[in-house]
Write a protein that binds this ligand. Structure first.
Ligand SMILES: Cc1cc2nc3c(=O)[nH]c(=O)nc-3n(C[C@H](O)[C@H](O)[C@H](O)COP(=O)(O)OP(=O)(O)OC[C@H]3O[C@@H](n4cnc5c(N)ncnc54)[C@H](O)[C@@H]3O)c2cc1C
Length: 479
């Protein structure tokens, strides 16, 4: 296996008439802003380059030019902007690290709130930390590791902002044990769509807490989060195992998941370089420096092609940052800045192998590109409690993500893949699957109603209460 490809160890990379009519009753944001530019809050930048940077995201599939960009220093700055925006009927989108793939942090003719200046990390306590929402998980991890602590769930890529993943959920390799990142949020400080600065938790304004966690930024801009911490392992022993086919990969994944054999479990279907696929299980065991696990015991009874197995032992930090090497590789090849038409979904455990095989059989050879992958691995859902995180209602589900890394910036191919994402989403949804809401294809307000299912009335009510002007996060097209 080329070492370049090996670097991509763990990219686990998942309407109502009422809302719609309220949204459409607004004058267009662009008109409102240009008419009222003179009254713009003072710190909003109208600089051409600043606006151009906020007009696109990692996906490079959608362009939406904002009228201005606010880089707040405090929650009060955001509250001032949102009160002004409410008066003017101007749309507002928070932007963390801009790693959305389909314009979710953009606001055509509106104001983008760039959270990059709000990154403070407060005192680190044995079981929690208070952090500004613009901080990246990388910076947070470095700070907590200095005290021997870690957030229980880390995304595979740590260059995402705390606020950006709270808006969608935040899946990681430990999610079977600890749920998603939003399950590990203790409390939030939020500026609501009508400019109120509120604190919320499971016991204080729980409707806001539940509407903000994984609520796609619809109810408020998170300014600060209190996050749970646990003791960090010292080292990670990582086992990459390879299989001839999908059934044998999935069988071993189910077996080790059921036994709790690994502390982290992921896996993927990878291009084999000659038009076919390789099947990879990626498991990790945490350990202290003097007590590595017995490899033979960890691997006993598994049906992988043992001579191909790759076993590595890393510090917890190096392992958590492994995706950074892959990012550097893609940057060096110019592929990090190509269009990224990704599709992220969860399949029902009861039909995952069948649906995954069906989708795979219909994909063209260039579906994910030479460095892309199809993440495929099972998760236990028992630790998932965030109401707005939608997954199939089964004990075991499968992550099924098309991480399409385009070798060129050919717009026509990217557009074809976005259209294909929609077709695949429809097929997966019909089979009981759910989108992890960061994929690259258009969703209508009705699609979101279907997506949120039984959670929809709760989100709709929280939106009405906390963003009555329907101004926040227009890029999702929820309202
Ligand atoms: C390379 C890569 C790897 C990834 N790996 C994972 C992974 O392992 N697990 C996973 O779960 N996801 C993963 N993702 C998806 C990622 O979690 C989401 O796209 C996330 O929203 C991006 O965070 P961001 O800071 O870049 O947010 P942005 O793209 O800036 O914003 C995303 C959305 O969140 C809203 N938002 C941002 N900040 C705030 C805030 N403070 N308050 C309220 N709303 C806010 C924005 O308005 C927007 O709607 C990955 C994405 C990429 C590109």
């Amino acid at each position: 296996m080329p070492s370049d490809r090996r670097m991509f160890l763990s990219a686990g990379l998942g309407a109502t008439a009422t809302l719609a009519s309220c949204g459409s009753a607004l004058t267009t944001a662009a008109q409102a802003v240009s008419a009222e530019s003179s009254s713009l809050p003072g710190d909003v930048s109208l600089d051409v380059e600043v606006r151009a940077a906020a007009a696109q995201d990692f996906g490079r599939l959608i362009q939406r030019q904002p009228h201005g960009v606010l880089r707040p220093a405090s929650s009060a700055d955001i509250a001032g902007l949102l009160r002004w925006a409410k008066d003017q009927g101007v749309k507002v989108a928070a932007r963390g690290q801009g790693h959305s793939t389909y314009g979710r942090a953009l606001a055509e003719g509106g104001i983008v709130v760039d959270m990059g200046g709000m990154t403070a990390i407060g005192d680190i306590k044995p079981d929690h930390v208070v952090v500004d929402a613009g901080a990246t998980w990388r910076n947070l991890l470095d700070a907590t590791l200095a005290q021997g602590l870690t957030p229980p769930v880390l995304t595979n890529y740590l260059g995402l902002s705390v606020g950006g993943t709270i808006a969608v959920g935040g899946i990681g390799a430990t999610s079977s044990r600890h749920g998603v990142q939003t399950d590990n949020v203790v409390a939030l400080d939020v500026v609501t769509g009508d400019g109120r600065e509120l604190s919320c938790s499971a016991t204080e304004k729980p409707d806001l807490f539940d509407g903000v966690r994984a609520g796609l930024g619809q109810c408020g801009i998170v300014t600060r989060a209190t996050l749970r911490l646990v003791r960090a392992p010292e080292r990670v022993r990582r086992f990459q195992l390879f299989y001839r086919d999908l059934p044998s990969l999935a069988a071993d994944q189910r077996r080790v998941l059921g036994e709790g054999r690994f502390d982290q479990l992921q896996g993927a279907v990878l291009p084999d370089g000659s038009g076919g696929w390789r099947y990879q299980l990626d498991g990790a065991v945490f350990h202290g420096s003097g007590s590595p696990p017995d490899d033979r015991a960890v691997l006993s009874g598994l049906s992988d092609e043992r001579s191909a197995a790759v076993i590595a032992d890393l510090t917890y930090r190096d392992d958590a940052l492994a995706f950074g090497k892959f990012e550097n590789l893609l940057r060096s090849k110019g592929q990090w800045s190509n269009p990224q038409p990704w599709l992220l979904t969860f399949l029902r455990g009861s039909n995952a192998e069948r649906i995954a095989a069906d989708v795979l059989s219909g994909l063209k050879g260039d579906a994910v590109g030479p460095f892309g992958r199809i993440s495929l691995y099972p998760l236990l859902t028992r630790a998932f409690h965030t109401p707005m995180v939608r997954v199939p209602d089964e004990d075991i589900i499968f992550v099924f993500n098309l991480i399409r890394i385009r070798p060129s910036n050919d717009a026509a191919t990217a557009a074809r893949m976005v259209a294909e994402n929609r077709t695949l989403y429809d097929r997966i949804r019909e089979a009981g699957g759910v989108q992890y809401p960061v994929g690259a294809f258009a969703m209508s307000p009705f699609d979101w109603e279907v997506h949120f299912g039984s959670g929809w009335p709760q989100l709709r009510e929280a939106k009405r209460r906390y963003d009555p002007g329907y101004l926040l996060a227009p890029g999702y097209n929820v309202s």
